[in-house]
Write a new protein. Structure first.
Length: 365
C-alpha cells in the first residue's frame, strides 16, 4: 500500500494539514498515476481541494518524483501573511527598505532557487502581490523590496487553494491571467468522504504510527468502529481522521477501538442516514430523506451536528468557529453549552466567567 508521509508529521499535531496519505481507493490510484506523469515536467501545478485533504503531501510527492528532488522544497502558507508582510516574505527586502529592516533578507523565492516552492492558500494573496507573482512566473525574476535590481531564479511553482479560483476571478478577487498561468497542470483532490477505500487503510496507518509513538501495544478497530468510520462524513478530512484515531487510542480498552472511543458525532443517527445516500446528493435531498424518516428533534440534532463539526474543524477555537459559521462567539458558546460539547474544565471556566459580573456587583454595592 503506497503511503506518503509528511517529513515533519509530529510538528503538525495542532495543524489542520494532513500528515499522511494512502492511495488505496481507485480514485487515489488514478491520482497517483497522474502525479507520476506530470512530476518529471517543469510545469506549474495548481492543486485544489478542501482543507486537510493532503495538498502539501501531493506537492511534496511531485517534487520527490521530479528532477529537482535533490534541491530545496520550500512550503509557504500565503494565508499567514498580512498584505504588508507578504512582499517582504516572498521576494525579500534590502537593508533600510522599511522601519525595522536592519539587514537585507532573502525571500522565499530566492531560497527555493533550483528547487520547488509550494504556495499554499494562494487565493489569500492580495491583488498587488498577485501582480508581482505573475512577473516571477513570466520572467523568472524577483525584485527585493527596496531594490531596483532583478535577481534570476530557477524554480518550479506549485500552488494550492481550498477556494474556487474561477469564482474568485469572476468576483474580481483573483487575477485571471495569474489563474491561467498557475493552472498549467491541475490536481483536484477529492475529500476523504469520496475516497472511502482510503479511510480504513489510513486509520490502520495512524493506529500503528501512534501506538509506536505512545509505546502502546498494537491496537485494532472493532467491526462496529470500522462501520462508524466508513459512515462518517469527515468534514475535516485526513487531519480529522488522524485526530479521531489518536484520541481513541488514549481512551480505548484492551487495545480495541469501539465506536464510542472515536467520538465522531453528536448526531450518529443522522450520519447513518447520510451514509445510505449517494455522495452526489444535494443538501436538500438529504433533508427530504430525513423528513421522510420522521426523526425526532431534527432541528436540535442538526444544530448540534453543525456546531460540533465546525468546532472540531476549527480545533476547538470558539472565535474561529464563530467566523466559520457567520455568527457571534456568544452564540457559539451558548450552543456548545446547550449540546454538552465543552469539556468539563471548559464548562467550569464558562460558569466562572458568568459568575464574575455578579461577584463584581457585590464587591462594589
Amino acid at each position: 500500500m503506497p503511503v506518503v508521509k509528511h517529513p515533519h508529521s509530529r510538528e503538525l499535531l495542532h495543524s489542520v494539514r494532513a500528515s499522511a496519505m494512502v492511495f488505496e481507493d481507485p480514485e487515489s490510484q488514478q491520482l497517483l498515476d497522474y502525479i507520476q506523469a506530470i512530476a518529471p515536467s517543469q510545469a506549474t501545478v495548481l492543486i485544489m481541494g478542501e482543507t486537510g485533504t493532503g495538498k502539501e503531501l501531493i506537492a511534496r510527492q511531485i517534487h520527490e518524483l521530479s528532477e529537482r528532488c535533490e534541491q530545496a522544497f520550500i512550503a509557504v502558507n500565503c494565508g499567514a501573511f498580512s498584505e504588508s508582510l507578504a512582499e517582504s516574505e516572498l521576494f525579500g527586502h534590502e537593508k533600510g527598505a522599511f522601519t525595522g529592516a536592519h539587514e537585507a533578507r532573502v525571500g522565499w523565492f530566492e531560497a527555493a532557487h533550483g528547487g520547488t516552492i509550494f504556495l499554499d492558500e494562494i487565493g489569500d494573496l492580495s491583488l498587488a502581490i498577485q501582480v508581482k507573482l505573475l512577473r516571477v512566473l513570466q520572467e523568472n525574476q524577483v525584485v527585493r523590496l527596496g531594490s531596483r535590481q532583478t535577481r534570476q531564479v530557477n524554480l518550479r511553482v506549485i500552488a494550492a487553494t481550498n477556494v474556487d479560483l474561477q469564482q474568485a476571478v469572476a468576483a474580481g478577487k483573483f487575477r485571471e491571467d495569474l489563474y491561467y498561468r498557475l493552472n498549467v497542470a491541475s490536481v483536484q483532490l477529492k475529500p476523504l468522504r469520496q475516497r472511502q477505500g482510503d479511510i480504513l487503510p489510513l486509520a490502520q496507518h495512524f493506529i500503528q504510527d501512534y501506538c509506536q509513538q505512545l509505546n502502546y501495544a498494537p491496537a485494532q478497530l472493532s467491526q462496529a468502529a470500522q462501520t462508524a468510520l466508513l459512515a462518517y462524513a469527515w468534514p475535516g478530512n485526513i487531519r480529522e481522521l488522524e485526530n479521531a484515531i489518536h484520541r481513541a487510542l488514549l481512551v480505548c480498552r484492551q487495545a480495541l477501538i469501539q465506536p464510542e472511543d472515536l467520538q465522531l458525532s453528536a448526531c450518529p443517527q443522522a450520519l447513518g442516514l447520510v451514509s445510505q445516500l449517494p455522495t452526489t446528493s444535494t443538501l436538500q435531498q438529504v433533508l427530504l430523506h430525513w423528513f421522510e424518516q420522521g426523526l425526532d428533534n431534527l432541528d436540535k440534532q442538526l444544530e448540534a451536528e453543525i456546531t460540533q463539526a465546525a468546532y472540531a474543524y476549527c480545533h476547538q477555537n470558539q472565535m474561529h468557529t464563530a467566523q466559520l459559521l457567520g455568527i457571534s462567539r456568544n452564540i457559539v458558546r451558548a450552543r456548545l453549552l446547550k449540546h454538552g460539547l465543552l469539556k468539563p474544565s471548559e464548562r467550569r471556566r464558562e460558569q466562572q466567567r458568568k459568575s464574575l459580573p455578579s461577584v463584581a456587583a457585590r464587591m462594589y454595592s
